[in-house]
Write a protein that binds this ligand. Structure first.
Ligand code: ADP
Ligand code: MG
Length: 238
């Protein structure tokens, strides 16, 4: 099964052509990393997949279903942002349960999903705290928990570790790799960090100025970069 298909996806902001004929397949359970310089369209591509932005042309299928006109909450995806985007006036439990309440899940389901996510993320002792009472790393784990409770088929991470210090970044990276194994979901992960890309990815998508420059496994890109640009990001020194 294919988790996600992008077919000739284009996005314009006014006259600015930000995504250019992007084609991509993500298989069920695959961990796909988007890399590329600042401003190349990584976040826009995630937002288009999530439905937070409309495409200008092209088609998006998630789990085989055409979703161009499907609202974000009905796409079976959950997104984790660099800035955490937690609700400051809600405690951890309520940050996690909000989307489930909007989906009209029963209290039993909500309690069980929160218990499961907090166990995975070691957040059991923090359910009554507010975001301002948490460290950066704990906030990011709550943001990840808020995604997990929805049982998405596809997780979207937009530079989730870039606000954390180096030690915590390494830790959280391992946690995300573990979660990927446990959850058996597909993940798309945007990063600037070459070592994150090389260690996490089944498949790396190198983006440049709104188009896909190369797609391949970490080893393929490392050993056979199509050009100097890809080599500069990931390849062996030419
Ligand atoms: P990245 O995440 O790779 O740094 P973005 O997807 O954020 O890149 O941005 C890609 C390009 O699209 C940039 O030139 C940015 O200025 C532009 N862009 C992003 N969002 C908007 C928007 N809402 N309106 C206009 N231009 C935008
Ligand atoms: Mg971005």
């Amino acid at each position: 099964m294919t988790a996600l298909t992008l077919h000739n996806v284009n996005k314009f902001f006014g006259a600015v052509h930000v995504l250019k004929d992007v084609n991509l397949e993500v298989e069920d359970g695959e961990f796909v990393v988007f890399v590329g310089p600042s401003g190349c369209g990584k976040s826009t591509l995630l937002r288009v997949i999530a439905g937070l932005e409309d495409v200008s042309s092209g088609d998006i299928h998630i789990g085989g279903e055409h979703v161009n006109f499907t609202p974000p909450s009905k796409r079976g995806i959950a997104m984790v942002f660099q800035s955490y985007a937690l609700y400051p006036h809600l405690n951890v439990r309520n940050n996690m349960s909000l989307a489930l309440k909007q989906e009209r899940q029963t209290k039993d389901v909500i309690d069980q999903r929160i218990a499961e996510a907090t166990r995975m993320l070691n957040l059991e002792d923090y359910l009554d705290r507010y975001p301002s009472e948490l460290s950066g790393g704990q906030r990011q784990r709550v943001a990840i928990g808020r995604a997990i409770v929805r049982h998405p088929k596809l997780f979207l991470f937009d530079e989730p570790l870039s606000n954390l210090d180096a030690a915590l970044r390494m830790n959280t990276r391992l946690e995300i790799a573990n979660l990927h194994r446990q959850l058996e979901a597909s993940m798309i992960y945007v990063t600037h960090d070459q070592s994150e890309a090389m260690t996490l990815a089944d498949k790396i998508v190198v983006l440049r100025d709104g188009h896909v420059e190369q797609i391949g496994s970490p080893m393929e890109l490392y050993n056979n970069p199509v050009n100097q640009f890809v080599a500069g990001f990931l390849g062996s020194p030419a």
